[in-house]
Design a binder for this molecule. Structure first.
Ligand code: 0X9
Ligand code: ZN
Length: 337
């Protein structure tokens, strides 16, 4: 058995148990790949779902299109990994209802991109965003010289001590226009891009996986919260994509499907125009380097009433609407082939 309830926000251990349970229960449908380890040594897992009941030529050659969905890049955005797990559950445990998209598409789901940060947001700091990496070791004397950039003076009780700032914003760490507008070189900043592009094992492992599978991958969706937005690249510039209209059309399919199931409106448009400049994002890399056509970042519920502290009672309703959006994209993709 397993303990995935969707009635509360689960810890990473529960998620891993659920993945093990699905892989053991549906071995012909579900596999997982360990693509690497987080800074603190937690496994980074991608779940592959590939239905194969019929035996068309396409399936035998295994040239099905693939869709990537990830969650939990930012630690405090708890609804995001929960939503990926909800999608996973629908595809696997509701296989019959979703047969066409389970058999027509290979799914790569990564529920938790940033397990170190996610666990820290459960145990210590609910609003933590970044990873938990510690940066480079340095000599004692240099700390004062580079003071502001390398850490902070803190006071605990009567003791004043030097604390290095921890964590890198994984959505600023990708090697495409890294370190440009909307990212910080200050390790204490919430949008710290890291000491260099791909400094973090999380971004490196995912990039490697995407590169190996880039020919198959037609859709890349990274789930975040909050704002209820369906965002297109680019994040680093205001420039419009060459195929902007194609991505808008496919995005419209998704936001219409969401509207239909829950009545919720997701704004659709470019990340820079709807939000702000931010460089080194996963979506920009997926589009600009891996060349995955339909690349999006989705900001899930809500629009600010609860924000990151979205009550667990909204996991299932949010899961339902995002699954409707993703399913509509998968169906639309299959009609285009
Ligand atoms: O700033 C981000 O990383 C995302 N918003 S969040 O509030 N979840 O942190 C938006 C990323 C949009 N894509 C790019 N800027 N590339
Ligand atoms: Zn985010």
């Amino acid at each position: 058995g397993h303990s995935m309830t969707f009635k509360r926000y689960h810890r990473y251990e529960d998620m891993l148990n659920y993945i093990d349970y699905l892989a053991a229960t549906y071995p012909q449908l579900v596999q997982y790949v360990n693509i690497g380890k987080s800074t603190n040594g937690l496994p980074l897992k991608v779940v592959k779902i590939s239905g194969n009941s019929s035996s068309t030529a396409a399936e035998k050659k295994s040239d099905k299109p693939a869709i990537w969905v990830d969650g939990g890049t930012h630690a405090r955005e708890w609804i995001s990994p929960a939503a990926v797990l909800y999608i996973l559950k629908q595809l696997v445990e509701n296989y019959k209802v979703n047969k066409r998209i389970v058999e027509g598409v290979d799914w790569y789901l990564m529920p938790l991109v940033n397990p170190d940060g996610y666990e820290y947001s459960h145990t210590t700091d609910r609003l933590w965003r970044k990873t938990r990496s510690k940066g480079e070791e340095e000599e004692g004397e240099e700390e004062e010289v580079y003071g502001r950039k390398e850490g902070k003076w803190r006071r605990r009780g009567g003791r004043v001590f030097w604390e290095k700032c921890e964590g890198v914003d994984l959505n600023r760490n990708w090697d495409f226009h890294w370190g440009e507008r909307g990212s910080s070189d200050d390790p204490c900043d919430e949008t710290y891009a890291g000491p260099k592009a791909f400094s973090e094992p999380e971004t490196r492992s995912i990039a490697e996986f995407l590169m190996v599978n880039r020919d198959k991958l037609k859709v890349f969706i990274s789930l975040h919260s909050y704002a209820q937005m369906w965002l297109l690249p680019w994040g680093y510039t205001r420039a419009i994509l060459d195929d902007h209209d194609d991505l808008m059309e496919m995005g419209r399919v998704a936001v219409d499907a969401i509207q239909k199931v829950s009545g919720n409106n997701y704004d659709l448009g470019g990340a820079t125009s709807l939000l702000y400049h931010s460089s080194g994002g996963a979506d920009d890399w997926a589009k600009g380097i891996a060349d995955i056509k339909y690349t999006y970042t989705v900001e899930l519920r809500d629009t600010g009433s609860y924000g990151f502290m979205l009550p667990a009672s909204q996991i299932i309703p949010t899961g339902k609407e995002i699954f409707a959006g993703v399913k509509a994209i998968a169906k639309s993709l299959l009609t285009k082939l």
